[in-house]
Design a protein around this ligand. Structure first.
Ligand SMILES: [Zn+2]
Length: 70
């Protein structure tokens, strides 16, 4: 764990739709494999510029495009 405060809080990061580094704001990042755990999906990310690592988190918000033929 680094003691450095990120430039962006998780909330601001989500508002900006992610896919950039929350520390240095570089969009030169590498993303790993999505892993689901209960209602949350995590994706490990690494910043190529400053070597920061974090997990993007995705939360289930519902469903759509339901099709059902009785
Ligand atoms: Zn960075």
């Amino acid at each position: 764990m680094s003691a450095t405060s990120p430039t962006l809080t998780p909330e601001l990061y989500a508002q900006e739709r992610g896919l950039f580094c929350p520390v240095c704001e570089s969009n030169d990042i590498r993303t790993g494999t999505l892993e689901s755990f209960h209602q949350v999906v995590r994706q490990p990310c690494t910043c190529i510029s400053c070597q920061a690592t974090w997990n993007d988190t995705f939360v289930l918000t519902g469903y759509e495009n339901l099709e059902f033929t009785p």
